[in-house]
Ligand binder design. Sequence first.
Ligand code: PLP
Length: 395
Amino acid sequence: MISKIVGNITPSATCELEGIIGSMKKDGIDVVALNIGEPDFKTPEAICTACKKALDERKTTYVATAGVPELRQAICHKLLCDNGLSYTTDQICVSTGAKQALFNAVMAVTNPGDEVIIPTPGWVSYVEMVKLVGGIPVCVPCRSDFQLDIEAIIAAVTDKTAAIIINSPNNPTGAVYGLESLKRVAELAVEKDLYVIADDIYEKLIYGEKQHYSIAAISPEIYERTIVINGMSKAYRMTGWRIGYSASPKSIAAGINGMQGHMTSNSTTFVQWSAIEALRNGEAEVKQMVEEFSKRRDYAYERILQLPHVQCTKPDGAFYLLPDLSWYYGKKVGDKVIRDSFDLSEYLLSEYHVAVIPGDAFMAPGTIRIAYTNSMAEIGRGIDRIATALAALSD
Ligand SMILES: Cc1ncc(COP(=O)(O)O)c(C=O)c1O
């Protein structure tokens, strides 16, 4: 019999959809992919060269669980220069993707029965991670502009609350949280003795005037209560390389390190050398990519706004749009009623061959998530298909 904890897990909607699209493509179906949560740009050449060099030098052995000192040093340097955060290498743990770093963080601060606050819409895995460690996810809806609803967060805190997960820029909304609301979360965490898990993975993907603030930098008190999560996947186009990291107060870092030592040990040694190259010399290519995403964001947003009865908040970061299509719920295709975002996404994929993620997967039931991680032409083709599909629905 499978354990209760594992039996209670909902598989990742984003990962599952990949399998379905893969087999449609294999059958020769021309699917427009607006579902993909990774940049369509290739990993920069210098990062690949650093990996080949590390392999030639046979950097292929076990190393310290928390990562090679050179990488942890480069991470400390990045956190100081980009975020104004001062860490020593014993506060850093390099993990197999930001996903593992996040899981480690949740595990490190949650006892069975503890509550963890998750602002929603939110990334698919937070709720499941909390459930996996025996905690209780407490979802707190954001405001209609997708900014944090601080009053609702305050109201959700109980004597069982252990932590709050903050993700800015946000997946799936693209919202970037302002300094004022982060200060209020920080005050709350200090007052109520909570941890903050700050998922900064989309930090560099911001368009326009907004700025990323690291909550840990707000005060020495919140620094002591924050686990900063970041990684190489989104900014340096290294999704498949699986490198992420956490930076935390020393006692938490020691706990995370001890735990990871029993789970995966160090993340892949020669890949760590590529991450060093990315952190030291990768900024120019990040900037180029951000310029392109900025154009695509504007284009996709303008096109989505033209769809009848569709509302959309303009995102400031990440690479997603989260339009509200709930006006179409209750409409029909033949005899079948479109009841929710699962039905709508399934209809778009099966009948019009355009892949999006149902908003329900992110606790945003009226919406679908559209990723602009595809060429301008493909984004245009995908939105054309969505327009045709919506127009074909009847009362
Ligand atoms: C908000 C958020 N956090 C973390 C991750 C995981 O990143 P990684 O690929 O480094 O594990 C993702 C990936 O989609 C994400 O969207």
